[in-house]
Design a protein around this ligand. Structure first.
Ligand code: GNR
Ligand code: NI
Length: 178
């Protein structure tokens, strides 16, 4: 929302697994207008507020291909990625991942080590660049969200079963409290 020169941002609620809305596939943004920019700003605030290094629109129940990322130590390098795509990938790397939509659970995931990816900025500029390390992992993790995929989908059946049991138990306890 804009009031004169001042822009207000708002926080979204982040969906938690096993919410079926996390499985919806996001569609490409066709026109980058004020509404899309406002969504990106609100996603950025939500990401910083929740302490994440990335957030995909799917996680806040918006089925459009919008991602925000900040992998910097000082949390001062915000990136807005519209219609992000992986163009090429190389190598395999294992990293411990977490997800704001699967709070409290962390596990190793194998992904491409180096990627080349493209996206549009909020100004409509097409960017194409390389990433490795944490940024590479984060871009892959966020594009997965836009396709309805979660990092826990890569776990072995045994680990997956254990995690599902744990979440069922947590949800039952939560239901008692509410
Ligand atoms: O905050 C996050 N940390 C993280 C750590 C390792 C690999 C991926 C991530 S992304 C995650 C935020 C999130 O859930 N984004 O969708
Ligand atoms: Ni995530």
């Amino acid at each position: 929302m804009t009031l004169g020169r001042m822009t207000l941002t708002a926080k979204f609620e982040v969906l938690h697994f096993p919410d079926p809305r996390l499985r919806k596939k996001a569609v490409p943004v066709e026109t980058i207008d004020a509404h899309i920019k406002a969504i990106a700003d609100d996603m950025m605030e939500t990401m910083y507020d929740e302490g994440g290094i990335g957030l995909a629109a799917t996680q806040v129940n918006i089925q459009q291909r919008i991602v925000v990322i900040d992998v910097s130590e000082d949390r001062d390098r915000p990136m807005i990625l519209i219609n992000p795509e992986i163009i090429a990938s190389e190598g395999i790397e294992q990293m411990q991942e977490g997800c704001l939509s699967v709070p409290g659970y962390y596990d190793d995931v194998e992904r491409a080590e180096n990627i080349r990816y493209s996206y549009l900025t909020p100004d409509g500029e097409k960017i194409e660049q390389d990433a490795s390390g944490l940024l590479s992992v984060c871009v892959q993790h966020e594009i997965d969200h836009l396709d309805g995929k979660l990092f826990i989908d890569y776990l072995s059946p045994l680990k997956r079963q254990r995690l599902l049991k744990k979440i069922e138990k947590q949800d039952k306890l939560q239901a008692q409290v509410l």
